[in-house]
Ligand binder design. Structure first.
Ligand SMILES: O=C(O)c1cc(=O)[nH]c(=O)n1[C@@H]1O[C@H](COP(=O)(O)O)[C@@H](O)[C@H]1O
Length: 230
């Protein structure tokens, strides 16, 4: 039994590249994330090979629009049989409530998680954006909005996870920006190890390049899982 779910981000340009990776990656990976790049390239058909393999699907489209548009998008996406979806918390209460209601009305309701602050943003970006709170304060503020609107949980870096876990004991906490201590950070700003994320209360860890770009993806995924469970 793993301490959290490991989700591999299929950040590849097309279905062919996805298939190559799926053949390489180990069976113990139960969750895959399909994001904007792959979904824009292939549309919903790209989900079929994952469903055939019995994998759980995180469709990460980070919806942020007027309430009705988001509700319709949630319903349409859910009809393709996805387990988890993202919206942006800053879309506001009406948008979040519409998303939650649309999901609940689906035959197979997906869980909806709200992005609080992208893991690629730092405190300096907050200054640029005119936000005067700390990243943790902002996460809790947006978490309150999301949870009270009927959303299932938040996407956050592991550094805000404990504050969110304390405030919302039952929420899903999805943490991207996962790196081993010596790993290449790339464009991420708020990174943490798998074990740190789990210790802080994460329920799902999203990992892309450290596994997808590894010379040996099986070894990389195994090391992430071991670190998560230690
Ligand atoms: O919603 C997400 O999944 C997400 C939110 C966030 O704040 N930061 C973030 O990196 N992500 C996604 O998580 C994945 C992280 O990829 P790596 O940095 O390659 O591990 C990417 O697919 C991002 O789109």
């Amino acid at each position: 039994m793993n301490k959290a779910d490991l989700i591999v981000a299929l950040d590849v340009p097309n279905a062919e590249a996805m298939e190559a990776k799926l053949q390489e990656l180990p069976d113990f990976i139960e969750w895959y994330k399909v994001g904007l790049e792959l979904f824009c390239a292939e549309g919903p058909a790209v989900l079929e090979p994952l469903k055939k393999r019995g994998k759980k699907i995180f469709l990460d489209l980070k919806l942020h629009d007027i309430p009705q548009t988001v509700a319709n998008a949630v319903k349409t996406a859910a009809s393709h049989g996805v387990n988890l979806m993202t919206v942006h918390a800053i879309g506001g209460r009406a948008m979040l409530e519409h998303a939650a209601k649309a999901a609940a009305e689906c035959e197979h309701p997906p869980k909806i998680v709200a992005v609080t602050t992208l893991t690629s943003l730092s405190a300096d970006d907050f200054t640029d954006l005119g936000i005067n709170r700390t990243v943790s304060e902002q996460a809790v503020k947006l978490g309150e909005l999301a949870i009270s609107s009927g959303i299932d949980g938040m996407v956050t870096s592991a550094h805000e996870a404990q504050a969110l876990r304390d405030a919302f004991p039952d929420a899903l906490l999805v943490t991207p920006g996962i790196r081993m201590p010596d790993g290449d950070v790339g464009d991420q700003k708020r990174v943490a190890s798998p074990s740190f994320a789990v210790d802080q209360g994460a329920t799902h860890l999203v990992i892309g390049r450290p596994i997808m770009h590894a010379e040996d993806p099986v070894a990389a995924a195994t090391a992430m899982l071991e670190d998560m469970n230690k």
